[in-house]
Design a protein around this ligand. Structure first.
Ligand code: PMP
Length: 404
C-alpha cells in the first residue's frame, strides 16, 4: 500500500505514475473478506447462482475438443464468433444493427476503458464524469494524467444543466463525457428517458464524444431499462460493456463497440497492450452464449438481486439513524447512502471494521476528495440475512459516532 512501504524507485518512475494512488476499495478487500465481517463493500456478482457443473463440463470440452484453437493465440480484435454473439446480446438492449466488425473484444470492460484513455487522453485533458463515478475509471483516467471533473446527478441521473455548465467551465479542453447511464456504479441511479435525449443533444451541440459504460443494463429489477445512449445514436459514442456481471468476471471478457474509424485504432492499441484477448476465455463465453440458457441465468440474477436490494432497502428503512438518506436502485448492484450531518465515512471505517461490517467510503468515487459524507453499499453478494445483520452493525456504529 502507498505510504506504508519505503519505495526506492520513486525518482525513476514515469510522470504518469504520480497520478496512481492505491484504490481504497482494493485496500479494503483484505479486511472485508474475513469471514466474520459482513462485507457490503465489494462489487462481486453472486457466481454461486451459476450452474457450475455444466459450466465446468463446457470448459472441459473447450479444451479437449476445441483445444487447437482455444489454447492458441488469436487475432487482436477477438474471434468473429464471439463478436457476432456480442452483437446479438447488444440487440437485446436495443442496440440494433451493430456490425461485428466494429466490436473489439477486451479483457473486461476495464481494458476497454483503458484503451479509450490511450486513444484519446493527453496529460492535462479534461474528462467529465458523473459525481460520484466508477473507481476503476478514475484510476484509468488518472493514470493517463487527465483531470476528471464531476457533473452532479440527482435521482434521474446526470443533470443536463450541470453538464452544460461543466462544458462551459472547461473552455474547450474536454475530451469526452464518461457516463454510466444505467444502474450506475456507485450511485445506483438511472438516467431517465427524457434526459437521455437531452444529454445526447448537449453533447452533439458541443461536438463532445461520449464514452458510455454499460455493465449493468441487463440487470434491471423493475421492467426494462431505458435504451442505452448508443441505441439512440450511432456516431460520437463509444460503448463499453462486459460479461463480468451477466456471466463471470473471472473470465475477464468485455467489449467495445466503436465508430468504425476508432475501431481500427482500438485494435492497434489493444494489440500493443495484450496482443490478443484470451482465446480460451472467449471460447468459454461463446460456448456459454451458444449452448447454455444464458437469458434464463440473467433472469435468475435479476430475481436474486431484487430480493437482496429489497432486503437492503428494508433494513436501511428500519435501522438507520434519522438523517440518513439513500438511493433506491431499479437495477445493478449498489445503493449510495448519505450519512447524517457530521459523520465522516472514512474516519468511521476502522470502527465499522471493528464492529465487523464493511462498506466503501464515498471519497473513493470522486477525483476531488468529496464524498466524505457518503458510503456505497453492495447487495449482490451477501444473502438477505447477512445484509440485514450488516446494516444492523453499521447502524450501531453510526449511533455511537453520533453520540460522541
Ligand atoms: N465499468 C463499471 C461501471 C464497473 O462497475 C465495472 C466493474 N466493477 C467495470 C467497468 C469493469 O468491469 P470488468 O470486470 O468487465 O473489467
Amino acid at each position: 500500500m502507498t505510504g506504508t512501504t519505503q519505495d526506492d524507485y520513486t525518482d525513476r518512475y514515469a510522470r504518469r505514475v504520480r497520478g496512481m494512488t492505491t484504490s481504497e476499495i482494493r485496500a479494503l478487500f483484505a479486511v472485508a473478506s474475513r469471514p466474520e465481517v459482513v462485507s457490503l463493500a465489494g462489487g462481486s456478482p453472486y457466481i454461486a447462482a451459476l450452474p457450475l457443473d455444466a459450466v465446468g463440463e463446457m470448459m472441459g470440452r473447450l479444451a479437449s475438443e476445441l483445444g487447437t484453437t482455444s489454447l492458441q493465440y488469436g487475432i487482436g480484435q477477438g474471434t468473429i464468433e464471439l463478436r457476432e454473439r456480442i452483437c446479438e446480446v447488444m440487440s437485446l438492449s436495443g442496440i440494433d444493427g451493430a456490425s461485428p466488425d466494429d466490436v473489439v473484444v477486451t479483457v473486461g470492460g476495464q481494458q476497454g476503458l483503458d484503451l479509450v484513455a490511450r486513444l484519446f487522453l493527453d496529460p492535462g485533458d479534461v474528462v467529465l464524469a458523473e459525481g460520484p463515478t466508477y473507481v476503476g475509471a478514475l484510476g484509468v483516467f488518472q493514470a493517463a494524467q487527465a483531470q476528471v471533473r464531476h457533473v452532479a446527478m440527482d435521482a434521474d441521473g446526470l443533470i443536463p444543466a450541470a453538464l452544460e455548465a461543466a462544458i462551459a467551465a472547461a473552455a474547450g479542453r474536454v475530451k469526452f463525457l464518461y457516463t454510466i447511464p444505467t444502474y450506475q456504479n456507485p450511485a445506483g441511479v438511472t438516467l431517465s428517458d427524457a434526459r437521455r435525449d437531452e444529454i445526447l443533444a448537449i453533447c452533439e451541440r458541443h461536438g463532445l464524444l461520449i464514452v458510455e459504460d454499460d455493465p449493468y443494463g441487463m440487470l434491471g429489477f423493475e421492467g426494462e431499462a431505458p435504451r442505452p445512449l448508443r441505441a439512440r445514436k450511432r456516431e460520437g459514442i463509444i460503448y463499453v460493456s462486459t460479461f463480468s456481471k451477466t456471466f463471470a468476471p473471472g473470465l475477464r471478457v468485455g467489449w467495445v463497440l466503436a465508430p468504425h474509424a476508432v475501431r481500427e485504432k482500438l485494435v492497434m492499441a489493444s494489440e500493443a497492450n495484450i496482443l490478443c484477448p484470451s482465446a480460451f476465455a472467449q471460447g468459454a463465453v461463446t460456448q456459454y452464449l451458444t449452448t447454455m440458457p444464458w437469458r434464463e441465468q440473467i433472469k435468475s440474477y435479476r430475481e436474486i438481486y431484487r430480493e437482496r436490494r429489497d432486503a437492503l432497502l428494508d433494513s436501511l428503512r428500519d435501522l438507520m439513524p434519522a438523517g440518513t438518506t439513500w438511493t433506491e436502485p431499479k437495477g445493478g448492484l449498489f445503493v449510495w447512502a448519505t450519512l447524517p450531518e457530521g459523520l465522516d465515512s472514512k474516519a468511521m471505517m476502522p470502527r465499522a471494521i471493528a464492529a465487523r461490517v464493511a462498506y466503501v467510503p464515498g471519497t473513493g468515487f470522486y477525483a476531488d476528495g468529496t464524498g466524505t459524507g457518503n458510503i456505497r453499499l453492495n447487495f449482490s453478494f451477501p444473502p438477505p440475512e447477512r445484509i440485514r445483520e450488516g446494516v444492523r452493525r453499521l447502524a450501531g456504529v453510526m449511533e455511537q459516532e453520533l453520540a460522541l
